[in-house]
Design a protein around this ligand. Sequence first.
Ligand code: PRX
Length: 632
Amino acid sequence: MTDFAQFYRRSIDQRDAFWAEQAELIDWHERPRQICDYSHPPFARWFAGGTTNLCHNAVDRHLATRPDQNALIFVSTEVNEERVYSFRELHAEVQRMAATLKSLGVGKGDRVLVYMPMIPEAAFAMLACTRIGALHSVVFGGFASVSLASRIDDAEPVVIVSADAGSRGGKVVAYKPLLDEAIKLAQCKPAKVLMVDRGLVAFSRVAGRDEDYAAWRETHASTPVPCEWVDAEHPSYTLYTSGTTGRPKGVQRDTGGYAVALAASMKLIFLGNPGETYFSTSDIGWVVGHSYIIYGPLINGMATIMYEGLPIRPDAAIWWSLVEKYKVTSMFSAPTAIRVLKKQDPAALKKHDLSSLRALFLAGEPLDEPTARWIADALGRPIIDNYWQTETGWPILGICNGVEKAPSKFGSPGKAVYGYDVKLLDEHTGEELTGHHQKGVVAIEGPLPPGCMQTVWRDDERFVKTYWKTVPGRTIYNTFDWGIRDEDGYYFILGRTDDVINVAGHRLGTREIEESISSHPGVAEVAVVGVADALKGQVAMAFAVLKDPSRAATAQGARGLEGEIMKIVDEQLGALARPSRVRFVSALPKTRSGKMLRRAIQAVCEQRDPGDLTTIEDPTALQQIRDLVAPG
Ligand code: PRX
């Protein structure tokens, strides 16, 4: 055990020596010649000259030491199924999938889009891609056809891997019709669609395009597919995330840096040891699923639980029964899930032996103090918050108990994690704020450490323009989050500075929702803002101006229109993006130069002071919103 302050300083001041040591945690085919090449900021090239493979590190290298230990534990309370794969079995399944993808024409550098529920085949597909040097692009199963189509067009996949259906709360959710619709909408048509048939729902097949995985799996029952050694900088995947502009960004991740960063984080932050079991309740469609359901635990030689279902079905004890059954040592979830559990009988948490659990890690959205206290008391285990983003792939702020044991503070995700030179900047001047308890924009001095995004897929310029600010001799990454830092170096995150909202831990762009609502023929203009919500953290709230205001003149008319608009959002983006309410107004509050005053709308919805309104064009527009949302 070393002193964290020293460990941290070394990661910044002796960056290359620090990361050269961490690089020993993974297998290399050829060792890197250089640790960090930052000669073209903000582009950081990690471990140049090295060759490796993510799938080798996650699967093959464990065959020598732990072939029969659990690797992937699939539990579905939706279809009542439990399947456990050892590393040997996982290796066999990944090879079958890899051989199939190759047969369907996938080669190194090609993209494969994965649109799947939480089933083992989704994990096989991801690992099969990285095995052969193809890039996976997983799209969350909750996204609907328009969201999916825009991702298909950006990724231009050769093959899409999908399934007949998922299931949520016991209700079958068909995937194939949404996928067919998305392919129809997309400009780019995949050559092949590989279907995993779970037998949940009948689906139609497009001749010549749609392939049945069960048949291919038979064909390739024992076809060996060696790992393709790729450069450390070879992209392993793209994952789409929302930002200020409507178009989602493809976050591109490398191979070597990602493997090293995850391996180090498993030890230093998530307290995992080879041979133990890790349980992350996220979904593979999100970054937590990529880093801490699939790659992190497996690279670390741990078994990982993949759970399809709700936290409260069949009852609120389900997760804790899995902790007991599989002797889970580290668990990872989101505050929203805990708030859902909080509404259930607390006795459910006491029914099971949780003594194996070292800690419950929570991330993805602010962890409010009452929720943190409740779960800490209920579990009797440490609760550890951590803060990061799709862009970074692993924690920026956290408590590195694997380096030195440190206390958590309620409401804070912790201190800057090793490798991240975190700063707070003044919103207006961009100057660094060095004092305590000053509110600023959370920023990271470049280079970003290994494992963070390399660029925006096929759009270096957008990467530079969106995230980076250059001051002479320095490049600084913007997280788009507000934060403060206390006298002990603990940060507190105060929400986004941009138009991104966080609904139940799901990151959504309000502009995407606005675009979707605007496609309703009756809507002239719309503003969507995120409003604080006791359960989901935030919900989306929409205010629309109608082309023909008389349509919403009666309560019944307004309700009907609201329903139509919600249906459009459901169909285009998915139910997760559906606003909690759509309200109708005659004008939206804007500045005299025509900029929408979203922050003022949000403040009014949250019954807060909207601040300086001297530039507002028409104050009655904000008043209308105030009247609509007034309590009672
Ligand atoms: O606003 C921050 C919030 O979630 C955003 C990133 O979301 P996503 O890209 O989906 O990545 C989630 C990875 C865990 C951040 O910009 N956020 C994330 N973690 C926290 C948080 N806000 C407060 N506290 C956290 N621990």
